[in-house]
Design a protein around this ligand. Structure first.
Ligand code: TRP
Ligand code: SF4
Length: 405
């Protein structure tokens, strides 16, 4: 069952700083973040510690990418007035929470995360038989739980990490969610709902606990959700008491699946730096023009008069992303009967990519000329993030009995 404790409006997501961003990042992740920032409270961070789990031998690449990545985010439309942008290592609470969670996380949970073996296989040239690499999904859990994020926008490959986070949250709540005087405190808290609401809360709780009526549970949650003048601690007690378990310290986050990126690379494989088939967000207009003009097409079209098949051509994949139906009809027809040449066919793609990237280039140039502004945006983000994470850690320490006075 899902536990939401009124924090479900908060979103957290991170990206590893390992080089300039390209259209694959934009269509796969960034565009979605830009949309979400209008709908949710977003915390977006540079996952520099995550990058270290694989780049620890050459950490220079991380430092070299951090600010560029932030500039790419801002250029792509992340608005620092709406979303918080910060750097993971500037919020040391992530590390503290990771450590505390590591005490109660069974080793087998980490060993069975699919990315563990997959990545070791894939990145054979690196020695990933490290403690940090095994623990990295738990670091991700700490990232998420430090903000009690309700939703985590991720790609398919990261769903298992959110699932692990849910299990860790559940286990933590189970182990440490019990306060000695929990029942009294919860009863006390319910009086703060006001007489009418308190009565309704009690009734819904009874219905749920006696008959397992899920509707009553949901109504109870909605009632708490609507009640904005509770303290955080009281709110969590009341959510926990409603379910009967104890205090819910960590809500269970949900993966918010981004529609799998269909963004192809110049050679038809997935767009990725390691394949050398990218269009970078800050490529110049000349770069873009040249890269698209020289990208491969259906090999059957040796001469202009040879007919081709769009299904065998990476350019067609770009038309699927960028072109409207009439252009796509023009391509299919013209390719199959050799009515158009490949350069002609590429032109609408070039135009569409330029149109998409031009405003980003301009914005990026502004930020490049004003590094102080970028620093201060991140500084503010760090502080805002830290304020939230600190509050969570205080609660965590208290629940675990680590608050010595
Ligand atoms: N692990 C993610 C990746 O490699 C990045 C990441 C780190 C992240 N922490 C996160 C994503 C928390 C979402 C939420 O892409
Ligand atoms: Fe590819 Fe277009 Fe050339 Fe056909 S006409 S092979 S779709 S570039």
């Amino acid at each position: 069952m899902t536990s939401l404790t009124g924090q479900s409006h908060r979103i957290l997501s991170g990206m590893r700083p390992t080089g300039r961003l390209h259209l694959g990042h934009y269509h796969g992740v960034l565009k979605n973040w830009v949309k979400l920032q209008h709908e949710y409270e977003c915390f977006l961070f540079v996952a520099d510690w995550h990058a270290l789990t694989t780049e620890y031998e050459t950490p220079g690449v991380i430092a070299a990418s951090v600010w560029d990545m932030v500039i790419d985010w801002l250029a792509a439309g992340i608005n620092p007035k709406q979303a918080r942008v910060f750097i993971q290592s500037q919020v040391p609470e992530h590390a503290e929470l990771h450590l505390l969670l590591s005490m109660m996380t069974p080793l087998s949970w980490l060993e069975r995360v699919p990315t563990y073996k997959d990545q070791q296989e894939k990145l054979k040239e690196k020695d990933l038989a490290t403690y940090g690499f095994l623990g990295y999904p738990l670091l991700q859990s700490a990232d998420i739980l430090a903000y009690k994020a309700g939703q985590v926008p991720v790609g398919e490959d990261q769903v298992a990490h959110v699932e692990l986070t849910r299990e860790v949250a559940r286990r933590f709540n189970h182990l440490y969610g019990k306060e000695p005087d929990f029942k009294d405190k919860a009863e006390q808290a319910s009086t703060r709902l006001g007489k009418k609401n308190a009565k309704q809360y009690k009734e819904l709780r009874r219905q749920y606990q006696e008959t397992g009526n899920i509707e009553a549970l949901e109504k109870g949650r909605a009632l708490l959700e609507a009640n904005q003048n509770l303290t955080l601690a009281d709110r969590e007690r009341l959510y926990g008491y409603l379910e009967g378990s104890g205090k819910i310290i960590f809500p269970e986050p949900q993966a918010l699946l981004t529609a799998a990126s269909k963004m192809p690379g110049l050679d038809g494989q997935k767009m990725s730096k390691s394949y050398g088939n990218t269009l970078a967000l800050r490529d110049t207009a000349e770069d873009i023009e040249k890269k698209v003009r020289t990208m491969p097409t259906d090999p059957a079209r040796v001469r202009r008069t040879d007919a081709g098949n769009p299904e065998k051509c990476p350019v067609w994949e770009f038309h699927k992303v960028y072109s409207d139906e009439s252009t796509r009809d023009w391509v299919t027809q013209g390719c199959r009967d050799a009515g158009i040449g490949c350069l002609e066919c590429k032109q609408p793609v070039i135009d569409a990519v330029q149109k998409e990237l031009q405003p980003m280039r301009e914005k990026a140039a502004e930020y490049e000329q004003n590094p102080g502004l970028v620093r201060s945006i991140v500084q503010e983000g760090n502080e805002a993030a830290r304020a939230v994470a600190k509050e969570t850690l205080q609660e965590v320490r208290q629940a675990m009995g680590l608050e010595y006075r």
